[in-house]
Design a binder for this molecule. Sequence first.
Ligand SMILES: *[C@@H]1O[C@H](CO)[C@@H](O)[C@H](O)[C@H]1NC(C)=O
Ligand SMILES: *[C@@H]1O[C@H](CO)[C@@H](O)[C@H](O)[C@H]1NC(C)=O
Length: 586
Amino acid sequence: MADPAIRKRKTGKSSPSQKNEHLFTDSKRGKDGTTIKTVLAAVLVSAGVLLYMNYDTARSFVRTRLGKQSPGWDFEATRGGAVDFSADLPKRDAVVAAFKHAWLAYERDAMGDDEYHPIRKAGSNLTQAGGIGYTVVDSIDSMLLMGLEEEHARARKWVAEKMTFERDGNFNTFEVLLFTTIRVLGGLLSAYHLSGDHMYAERAQDLADRILPVFNTPTGLPLSMVNLKKREGIPDKDNHGLVSTAEVSTLQLEFKYLAMLADDDEYWRKAEKVMQVIKDARIATGLASIFLNPDDGKFAISPIRLGSRGDSYYEYLLKQYLQTNLTEPVYRDMYDDAMDAIHTHLMKTSEAEGLTYTAEILPERDQQGKIIWRVIPKQDHLVCFFGGSLMLGAVSTGTVGGTVSVPPRAEELTAQGKRDWLSGTELVRTCMATHNTATGLSPEIVHFRMAGDGIESKHDWYIKGARPGYAPYDARYILRPETVESLFIAFRLTGDPQYRAWGWDIFQAIEKHCRVESGGYASVLNVDELPVKYEDKMETFLMSETLKYLYLLFSDESVLPLNKYVFNTEAHPFPVFYPSLRTGFS
Ligand SMILES: *[C@@H]1O[C@H](CO)[C@@H](O)[C@H](O)[C@H]1NC(C)=O
Ligand SMILES: *[C@@H]1O[C@H](CO)[C@@H](O)[C@H](O)[C@H]1NC(C)=O
């Protein structure tokens, strides 16, 4: 399986499994008071959740295990003739034209810079030390998919000749490890897969080797920042040295695919070890707080949500199970556990319009200093990935026999499968409802009406913090992909043309309100105001995710089929493979 072009790493590969063993016993030992303290904290967290939410403790431990033995999943075998998946070429071409409008402006004004500002027609870098290819690498697999050969040739040349990770920068931007992994490492790996060009794989391995030292912590949880030149992990002082749950659990698809290509277990074990620590840190409800302590491997008392710093933890639980072709049941167990907990504690329905959404819960101290948990009816736009993810989970982990029709029939799904399918489709509907604004674009954060909240709103939801005549920063649309990502998955799993129609509505709203005539696309400051005011930034995920998912939505279903590919959280596709290693924990 290993790609001969990828070299074995020279660095002393001294028995990684022994090292892991050592780390594991260390972190379990509890040599000093800190461990005890945090155990107490974790107990408090769980007690708090249960007390506050007034749920039966026993119930939250019970997990239904229906359909546990399903042998793998497939839909092609049972696909009926009624569903029309043929490409919608005019709409697909319009998406390709939009991609070129974005790329050509970036290339003209900022080629090689990490970020792009289309109004002032200039780029910027994450650090003074110079760019590391964020935007270029993030865009390459979209070019390959869309057949943009000339653009790809120029981007490839830049990667081969100009890109370097010898950057002695203090990469202290928010979640830089996460973004470097999902954008640059993920982008290089999928570019390699789609093109077969070994240069991409070599650059990916160079980057991964520079990232590896971040895992050298007492528990193996990686630090949030990295100096790529010095090959050093740096703790995040802004968050008391804590690491975010989504960040540490959103590198496994990338490192495991690289491990497979390079036939090098070390990448695999480092990434897998994180999952073991998280599994051991489980709190009683099965929910995951957004921060972990890299010194003791425990959850820190912190908010619980499917939005920022939580989101891709849940996404990667499912996708790790899918990536290795359903051969690692531990991820299936963790995913089932998490979905049960989410449905018990976070899944809510709005009062009047019956919109399904996921709430957040925040820890607060009462007057005695005890932790209590407050439910906030707040949903980030980021959460809109979750509708499609639940539907994908339902047809892959929630089937009775392993195969499902398109769309799945009720008798093909287990009780959990039906539950997840239903809440997934409802969440997609809710995310579409939040596009019901002056621009047809959806804001960064919405709140939902609660009984007796005294809010005046046309709908069951409103932009967080909005008042008549005042638009908060959360009223922005920053070219985010999460809703169209779910629409793409929902279309592939149902063939329902409604999902294409919704995707086309969003695409047209982007064209109308975000497109900058001189080139590129900008963010919009208030989705509920016309004419729009721009924020001068074209996020790199426009080209890697938003336009890619729209392109796939209008392509026929042979392009990157969902039972043969997993998409990393930046929309870079990796092939499903059969692992040559056994999972190192259970
Ligand atoms: C970003 O970094 C690249 C590479 O070092 C450099 O050529 C470019 O000028 C930088 N851009 C800005 C806006 O500083
Ligand atoms: C995944 O498993 C199925 C059967 O369970 C098999 O048909 C398929 O070839 C496997 N795919 C890979 C990539 O190993």
